[in-house]
Design a binder for this molecule. Structure first.
Ligand SMILES: Nc1ncnc2c1ncn2[C@@H]1O[C@H](COP(=O)(O)OP(=O)(O)O)[C@@H](O)[C@H]1O
Ligand code: SF4
Ligand SMILES: [Mg+2]
Length: 459
């Protein structure tokens, strides 16, 4: 607990509650020195927490609502720079219900990617840190014995006793003991892809509290990420097959090279690659952009993830390929019975793919609801502006609507509504405190002073 108390003390020094380090003018050399000194202390403490050894009880928790697969609550993710603390994610809360697609939308720089990188714990330290908040994820993990090893599922006889079989070497010949008798071992069950089966259990982890060396239990295995530019995520010096097999090995203890190849080819086929053998043997540069994105998706799927995070998955692709990749994602989500967090700045994609929408602005959620609520009844002036700035087939102007003004400086956010300087619907109250989240339907929430006069409770 000592670490926790020290951390809280340091945090207050750096962020000084609502007071920000930068004061909206050019910083003097001394000010920069002071900021970096204070930052260094808090970064070190956060890094220490990240690399600590912790008992599972410190990060096992419970979901608030059992229907959700992911619950993000009051997440703050900061970058500690010499100019001050960049509050890239500044109190974000939203849920992803099991089996649904949640679209995260907002202008560039509003914190969408940083939110997803926080869930994956891929923030670049020591500058990038989860500062506070919870990320609860319902995982489906290997059950482990006292020594931390996964527990195999054995084939059993009708009377419940474990079935034994002859141990075979890699050429398929029976292994003999020193007396010349065949060595017999318990026979382990395999699934339909021929992978060895282990006992599984459901557990809720607070990802924000997990030490970094525990993240492999979730990252890539239960939550997979698909990035915008597949070329940067594939290693140019290894074949697609090498890279896919590696993923299979990491997540399937005891898999043989043959099993891994079979599973890799199966995955390539699943994502609609017609000549899986050829792609398996190819290098990334030999494939087109759309094909590489399919490979990335197959890699993300190699371990049946429960949640797929797709960060602008089609932005780098041309329009026809875009549609194919989105179809593929939708198809696969149903097949693996998973959920998707879909990040995009394109409202058209959201309308087509998402069940729920989260609208972000300057590191905060300003409105959220079902796709129909956000499209047919947008409430926040920013959401309304976003809708207007979307090109349509029947708009007869050739200039696009543009929300005037810029996002405030993330190092020095105002106390009042972050959208005030760009808002055409401002009222007197808007110069006061930041608006609380108001519930307008069981699923629709908005943070704006125009709504919920009576029930404007803090959320
Ligand atoms: N490594 C970093 N150092 C400092 N600031 C960063 C870093 N990465 C992101 N940011 C800041 O975090 C904010 C959110 O970025 P991001 O989540 O990438 O936006 P987007 O919504 O476009 O995905 C931006 O203001 C960006 O400048
Ligand atoms: S709170 Fe006020 S300034 Fe902010 S979006 Fe609503 S009306 Fe505009
Ligand atoms: Mg981004």
């Amino acid at each position: 607990m000592k670490l926790k108390e020290k951390l809280n003390e340091l945090k207050n020094k750096v962020t000084g509650g609502e007071k920000d380090s930068a004061k909206g003018h050019y910083l003097s050399a001394k000010e920069i020195r002071d900021i970096s000194k204070a930052n260094a202390k808090v970064m070190m403490a956060l890094e220490k927490k990240k690399h600590r050894k912790a008992d599972e009880s410190e990060f096992v928790t419970e979901m608030k609502d059992n229907k959700n697969i992911l619950e993000i609550e009051n997440l703050h993710t900061y970058f500690f720079t010499d100019q001050g603390v960049v509050k890239a994610v500044n109190g974000v809360s939203f849920n992803i219900p099991k089996g649904s697609t949640v679209g995260i939308v907002g202008e560039s720089g509003c914190g969408k990617s940083v939110t997803s990188m926080s869930v994956m714990r891929l923030l670049q330290g020591p500058q990038g840190q989860i500062y506070s908040g919870s990320i609860r994820f319902k995982s489906y993990d290997f059950k482990r014995d006292g020594e931390g090893n996964p527990i195999p599922v054995f084939n059993r006889k009708p009377n419940g006793k474990v079935l034994f079989e002859a141990l075979k070497d890699k050429d398929g010949n029976a292994v003999l003991d020193k007396d010349g008798k065949p060595v017999r071992v318990p026979s382990q069950k395999t699934n339909e892809s021929g992978m060895l089966m282990y006992e599984m259990e459901e557990k809720v982890f607070d990802i924000a509290q997990m030490p970094i060396n525990e993240i492999h239990r979730i990252r890539g295995r239960q939550i997979s990420m698909i990035f915008q530019e597949p070329m940067t995520s594939l290693n140019p010096v290894f074949t697609i097959g090498n890279q896919l097999d590696e993923v299979v090995f990491i997540h399937n203890p005891g898999a043989t090279p043959e099993m891994a190849k079979r599973r890799s080819l199966e995955m390539l086929e699943l994502v609609g690659i017609a000549a899986p053998e050829r792609v398996y043997n190819a290098y990334p540069h030999e494939l087109s952009g759309g094909m590489r994105q399919r490979v990335m998706i197959s890699m993300a799927l190699a371990c049946d993830p429960r949640l797929i995070i797709a960060d602008e998955p089609t932005t780098a692709l041309d329009v026809t390929i875009q549609a194919q990749i989105l179809d593929l994602l939708r198809d696969l989500k149903d097949r693996i019975n998973g959920s998707i967090m879909l990040i995009t700045h394109d409202l058209g994609i959201i309308a087509e793919m998402a069940d729920y929408v989260v609208v972000m602005y300057a590191g905060r959620v300003i409105e959220q609801g079902t796709v129909s609520e956000i499209f047919h009844n947008p409430l926040h002036p920013y959401t309304i502006g976003l809708q207007k700035s979307k090109p349509t087939m029947d708009s007869n102007t050739d200039t696009l609507f543009n929300i005037p003004g810029n996002v405030p400086n993330p190092v020095n956010m105002p106390k009042h509504c972050f959208f005030k300087e760009r808002c055409s619907k401002c009222i007197g109250k808007c110069s006061g405190d930041y608006p609380g989240m108001v519930q307008v339907s069981p699923t629709h929430y908005v943070a704006c002073h125009l709504y919920g006069e009576e029930n404007n409770d803090e959320n």
